[in-house]
Each structure stands twice: as structure tokens, then as C-alpha cells.
Ligand binder design. Structure first.
Ligand code: PLP
Length: 331
């Protein structure tokens, strides 16, 4: 199996030129003091559509023929891929249907619809939502663009890695959220091509860390999807995973898990100390550093991957309320 690498990522960069933002990189004085090394934040939650997912979606759309565009695109999503794909498709006037489980927060459903896509809520997990995607492909001829395990998507996310290495060439470690692995595989492929010794650290939530469990098992396994503040990190990696399982195995140096309370503390820190509004999933890198779960020995970059939080939930978290989303009724 050929996995995407630096040349595909450089092609993606050309495909994305002029369509996306180059997001800022900023030093965090407080996290630097805490870690004892310079800690930079890559503010990718300021990307158009509020997350890095627009990179992969835009690159995947750029690879479609006119015939494929005419058939329309569909994909399963925990929200941010759906918004990225909806936006990228709308820019080209292409029809788009996003399939999601009922674990997806309403603000993400609304965001996707606002980008002009149709949304279908199917079942209680992304595996169930994927069945509707498969049906749309088989029966209606739509083109599937998945959230992480596709070469064009991984290469698109990899453009974030190129940007990071431009903005912080001194970095010795990169921390970022890990779910299906499109983000970390793309970023790691780019960063390690430029700086082979750089350390890549993936952070997942304790509640349903699919890639972590699969790597421990040595193969893709079923991991139950449960409610978490890191809602964008939920869902399995696919039993027929073609790229990200192997790429994570080969390119990721450490995997760390954080608790719900640690995620909430990170979202709070991002707001009060960094003046950044991030969603729970984007806070896990900060959470890992604050909870002292990674030893940093040189300059580090933490990727803030998205900002599509439900503002009411965010308000409760930053106000110090003990927010528990793990009981479904609380969501
Ligand atoms: C999708 C997503 C992730 C995880 O990305 P993967 O490519 O699935 O590992 C992290 N943060 C946010 C905000 C996301 O939307």
C-alpha cells in the first residue's frame, strides 16, 4: 500500500494555494513556563470553517474530475470534516450530503447546513452513519470523501505540517489530537521529511480512544464510541483501514490519553490564559502538557485543531462549572 508522503503534500499545498488561510503561530508564555521549554500554539482553529479539516477536504475536491463533481460528494463526519467538505464542495458548486450519528453536537449540524450541504443523522455511531454513505455511493452514484483514511485527505492535512515547519523550524516536538489519524499522519509525514528527528505526539481522550487501542492491539479493532468533551475525536478507525493505522505505527512516537477533567481544564486555560476559544478536541494537546503527561525537552508546538464548540457548553466550562457530557442526557 502506498501511503501519501511529502511529494503528495507539496502537491496539496499547490492545490490549496489562495483558497485557505495560513493560520498564526504564537508562543504561549504560560505553557512555556510550565513545561520549561518554549511552547508554541498553532492556531488552526482560525482556519476557514473553524478547523484543519478544510485542508483535506479542499485537496480531495481538487482531485475530482468534472464527471465526479456532477455526481456529488458524500462523507461521514463527526462534524468538522462535514463542514470542511460542505464548504469545499459549495465553492465548486458541487452537491454534498454529510452523514452523521446522533452523538454530533447540534452546532456542528447547523454549521454544515449553513455551508449549503444536506445533513443526514443516522444511528448512534459513525459506523452506522457510514452505512448511509455506502448506500449513497452504491445506489445514487455519489463520490465518497472520508474524514481521514484517504490519501488526498491525509496529504491535505499534511499542508499544516509544512506550515508548522515554516513557522517554527526550531520545533523538536509536535503535539496534536489523534482520532482517525488523518491530521497526525499528514503532519508527521511532512515534518519528518523536513526534520527526521522531530518527535510526534498524538493525544486522545480516555473515553473511546480508537487509534490508541488499535495500536496496542496491533491491528484495527472495534472500539465503542461514547460521549466525550472531545466529540470530534470519537469513532473508530475502520476495520478495513488502509493508511492511517500503518502510518501512525510508523510515524507517531508517543500516544497520550487525557481525561474529561483535563480536557475541560485545557479549554479553560485556552480561554483565560491564551484568549483562544477552542473545542474540547482541540484542547487535548494543552491538556497533555498541563497534566504533565509528556516530557518536553526542547521547543514544542501544540496544534489547536478546531474551534467549533457549542458556545453555551464552552461558557459553562470556562465559568468553572463541572461539565459532564458523558451521560447522554447532559448533552
Ligand atoms: C477531526 C478532528 C481531529 C482529529 O483528526 P483525525 O484526522 O481524525 O485524527 C482533531 N481535532 C478536531 C477539531 C477535529 O475536527
Amino acid at each position: 500500500m502506498n501511503h501519501p508522503g511529502i511529494s503528495e503534500i507539496r502537491t496539496a499545498k499547490a492545490n490549496l494555494a489562495g483558497k485557505l488561510r495560513t493560520t498564526p503561530m504564537e508562543i504561549s508564555p504560560s505553557l512555556s513556563a510550565l513545561a520549561g521549554v518554549p511552547v508554541n500554539l498553532k492556531l488552526e482553529h482560525h482556519q476557514i470553517t473553524g478547523s484543519f479539516k478544510l485542508r483535506g477536504a479542499t485537496n480531495a475536491m481538487a482531485g475530482l474530475s468534472a464527471q465526479e463533481c456532477a455526481r456529488g460528494v458524500t462523507g461521514m463526519s463527526s462534524g468538522n470534516h462535514g463542514k470542511g467538505l460542505a464548504y469545499a464542495a459549495s465553492q465548486l458548486g458541487v452537491r454534498c450530503i454529510i452523514c452523521m450519528s446522533d452523538l454530533v453536537p447540534q452546532n456542528k449540524v447547523d454549521g454544515i447546513k449553513a455551508c449549503g450541504a444536506e445533513v443526514r443523522i443516522i444511528g448512534h455511531s459513525q459506523d452506522e452513519a457510514q452505512k448511509e454513505v455506502d448506500r449513497l455511493v452504491a445506489e445514487e452514484g455519489m463520490v465518497m470523501i472520508g474524514p481521514f483514511d484517504e490519501p488526498d485527505v491525509i496529504a491535505g492535512q499534511g499542508t499544516l505540517g509544512l506550515e508548522i515547519m515554516d513557522q517554527a523550524p526550531e520545533a523538536e516536538a509536535l503535539l496534536m489530537p489523534l482520532s482517525g489519524g488523518g491530521l497526525i499522519c499528514g503532519v508527521a509525514a511532512a515534518a519528518k521529511a523536513i526534520k527526521p528527528g522531530i518527535r510526534i505526539i498524538g493525544v486522545s481522550m480516555e473515553r473511546g480512544p480508537a487509534m490508541y487501542e488499535c495500536q496496542k492491539a496491533g491491528e484495527p479493532i472495534y472500539v465503542e464510541e461514547v460521549a466525550t468533551l472531545a466529540d470530534a475525536l470519537g469513532g473508530g478507525i475502520g476495520m478495513d483501514n488502509r493508511h492511517t493505522f500503518a502510518m501512525v505505527r510508523d510515524l507517531v512516537d508517543d500516544m497520550v490519553l487525557v481525561s474529561e477533567a483535563e480536557i475541560a481544564a485545557a479549554v479553560r486555560h485556552a480561554y483565560w490564559e491564551e484568549r483562544q476559544i477552542v473545542e474540547g478536541s482541540a484542547g487535548v494537546g494543552i491538556a497533555a502538557v498541563m497534566a504533565n503527561k509528556v516530557k518536553l525537552t526542547g521547543p514544542a508546538v501544540i496544534v489547536l485543531s478546531g474551534g467549533n464548540t457549542a458556545m453555551e457548553l464552552h461558557h459553562r466550562i470556562i465559568s468553572g462549572e463541572d461539565v459532564d457530557v458523558t451521560a447522554k442526557s447532559a448533552r
